[in-house]
Design a protein. Structure first.
Length: 82
C-alpha cells in the first residue's frame, strides 16, 4: 500500500476540478496543499463563493478575502493536492 505519511489520499488538479460544484455533488477547495470538503457550506452553494469557484487551489486568492484561513477550521480535510 502506498502511504504519504498522514494517510490522506492524494488528488490531482484534474480530480479536484471535478469537485467544482457542477459536475459532482462534492464541493472541494484546496488551500496550502490540503483539500477541504465545503459541500455542507451554504456559502459555497453550487461551488461559487463571492466570484471564486471551488474545484481549484485558492491559496493565492485568499489574500483578496475579508477573512483569514481560520474559516477552514470547521471543514474536513479530505486529501492532499498533488
Ligand atoms: C472576495 C473574496 C471573498 C469574500 C468577499 C469572502 C467572503 C466571505 C464571508 C462573508 C464569509 C462568512 C463570514 C466569515 O467567516 O468571515 C466567508 C466564509 C468562508 N470563506 Fe470566503 N470570501 C472570499 C474569498 C474566499 C476564498 C478565496 C476562499 C478560499 C481560499 C474562501 C473560503 C471561505 C470559507 C471556507 C468560508 C467558510 C464558509 C462556512 O463557514 O460555511 N473565501 N467568506
Amino acid at each position: 500500500m502506498i502511504t504519504n505519511g498522514t494517510d490522506l489520499p492524494c488528488y490531482t488538479k484534474a480530480q479536484l476540478a471535478l469537485r467544482n460544484g457542477q459536475d459532482k455533488p462534492a464541493i472541494w477547495v484546496a488551500y496550502r496543499g490540503l483539500i477541504y470538503d465545503v459541500s455542507m457550506s451554504r456559502l459555497w452553494k453550487n461551488g461559487m463563493h463571492y466570484e471564486h469557484w471551488a474545484g481549484q487551489d485558492l491559496t493565492e486568492e485568499l489574500t483578496d478575502a475579508p477573512h483569514s484561513s481560520s474559516v477552514f477550521q470547521r471543514f474536513e480535510v479530505v486529501g492532499k493536492l498533488l
